[in-house]
Write a protein that binds this ligand. Sequence first.
Ligand SMILES: [Mg+2]
Length: 243
Amino acid sequence: MKSPRKPDAIMFDVYDTLFLNDPAAWQRAFQQIAEEQGLEVTGTDLWTRWKKHEVGFRAWRTNMDDPDSSPPFKSYETAWRECFEKVFEQDNIPGNAADAARRSVTHMAHRDPFPETVKTLSELSGRVPLGVFSNADDAFLRPMLDEYGLTSKFEVIESSESAAVYKPHPGAFRHMFAAMHVSPDRTWYVGDHLYDDIRGGSEAGAKAIWINRNDAKHGPDDARPVYEISSLTELVGMFDRSE
Ligand SMILES: [Mg+2]
């Protein structure tokens, strides 16, 4: 690999980049919701029904053909509550949507870091300023980073909630670069998601690095990263080789 240019900062996505956020974790949360509320539905079934609406929220919230015409910002807790309201109403389930959304938020604060996350961030934080921008509510993002002692590794911790805009909207990235006082082309942005992170990061002018842990393939319309890695560990070598 050709030596990359040394960045002024490295910024990260969080879920599925630094912390595993798989469907099994969601289904456990929804199982708990069903049990707590005495609903006659399994966690998996409830999650599948709810997810159909939640995917719609993700598509609705950002208009990348004309980002300035994107609808007003809504936190995850609000959007998730509305998704629960739809499921409960349409499927005649006597659930409490606000409590279910609240429980989903608390669950999202409990995810496991990938095995190399803490070590890699510790190594990099001594060499280059690090930051985070996550599509997340602060109510779950910050406690999760705190739990693993990661808050002090980052100079900047920003979220869709603090920026009031979701990736891949360019405003999310502008917010992040301004908070970090870096120019986009001097920043590495590392993420797992080809639309939110790689398209968003590239269009905003950052060097977008795709963490592809499961050997996923690009679709023809997917944004192209500048670099692709399969583990965060590779970043340390990349940074040391950069000039
Ligand atoms: Mg992610």
